[in-house]
Ligand binder design. Structure first.
Ligand SMILES: C[S@@+](CC[C@H](N)C(=O)[O-])C[C@H]1O[C@@H](n2cnc3c(N)ncnc32)[C@H](O)[C@@H]1O
Length: 316
């Protein structure tokens, strides 16, 4: 459907103001909260909130509330979303003001990542215990093994491998596996687990889920087990995953369903309070993956979602 005159005018009006254009330029990658935008733009919260409201009303940004945090991101899928994407292609990102904003955004993100990294550094030794207190582990793991039964997995990637539990679990069914993680402390534990269990066809290395440093079409199965709720930009991570998946390759996402346990942000460095089916579906639609199965598992305090998606719609 073509854009209406009214929508076009609303988009141009909303975009045609310096602060709002600066805000839109900051959404090049991922989602941001009001607090983060305030830190980058150094304007008052009510002012930024007013601009955000206007951008949402014009259909250029979308917002979702999770507990006390509200996340904003560029609209997706609508005619206005397509229009704003095209307009932003003309944005002079080398302009001094915009460049300065990008630099401050990098700082704000670095500060946030530092907190998460410190959390994993401090908690690497206790991670297996922490995970099992929130996740019905046995049930999830039995389900995953049942899913891959009889399937040929030459190359597996475990993203955010932590202490390497998924590498151990899948080791008997995989020819070769890699686990990547940002945290050296987590990787050190993963390495020693693999060694203790004589698993020498699964390796770990430091790596970033947004830039996997792997060739296109090189992996059959990618696992995100309890990782994406730490991510700034889950869609970008799924995009990078779709790139390295072979045709018919599979991605398994295990994460919390939406919840309200706010303390997980402060105490456990979670960025997101779980994900809904529709959000995971949006990532998959945007990256040409097709969800072939979803499963819900009841935990003691939190429910777990398992999403299985394939590239090019067939099964592995
Ligand atoms: C909650 S732990 C999960 C570990 C493991 N998958 C498990 O289920 O036990 C999340 C892991 O993601 C890692 N991580 C966070 N951001 C990352 C990124 N951008 N790239 C790679 N790993 C990341 C953290 O260092 C941490 O070890």
């Amino acid at each position: 459907m073509a854009i209406t005159m009214e929508q076009l005018l609303a988009t141009l009006k909303a975009t045609g103001e310096e602060t709002r254009l600066r805000i839109l330029a900051l959404f090049k990658n991922g989602e941001l909260t009001v607090t983060e935008l305030v830190s980058v733009l150094r304007q008052s919260q009510p002012r930024i909130s007013r601009h955000l409201r206007l951008l949402c009303e014009a259909g250029l940004l979308e917002r979702h509330r999770e507990g006390t945090w509200i996340f904003y991101r560029l609209a997706y899928g609508s005619e206005q979303a397509k229009l704003i994407k095209s307009i932003m292609n003309f944005c002079p990102y080398d302009d001094q003001i915009l460049q300065h904003d990008q630099e401050r955004l990098v700082e704000v993100k670095r500060e946030r990542d530092k907190k998460a990294a410190e959390y994993f550094e401090e908690n690497a030794k206790n991670w297996d215990k922490i995970r099992s207190s929130y996740v019905p582990e046995k049930q999830v793991e039995d389900f995953l093994l049942e899913e891959i039964k009889g399937k040929k997995i030459d190359d597996l990637l475990d993203v955010g491998t932590g202490t390497g539990r998924m590498l151990e679990l899948f080791s008997s069914y995989t020819k070769h596996g890699i686990g990547i993680d940002l945290s050296r402390e987590m990787l050190a534990i993963a390495r020693s687990h693999l060694e203790q269990n004589d698993i020498d066809h699964m390796h770990v290395r430091q790596g970033d889920m947004y830039d996997l440093a792997l060739s296109d079409h090189s992996i059959d199965l990618v696992i995100f087990h309890q990782v994406l709720h730490f991510a700034d930009d889950p869609l970008a991570a799924i995009k990078e995953t779709a790139r390295i998946l072979r045709n018919d390759g599979c991605v398994i996402i295990v994460d919390f369903l939406p919840h309200k346990i706010e303390k997980l942000r402060e105490e456990y460095a979670h960025r997101r309070l779980g994900f809904s089916n529709s959000e995971v579906s949006e990532w998959c639609v945007a990256t040409d993956l097709k969800i072939t199965k979803t499963e819900v598992m009841k935990g003691r305090e939190l429910d777990i979602g398992i999403w299985i998606a394939h590239k090019n719609q067939k099964s592995i």
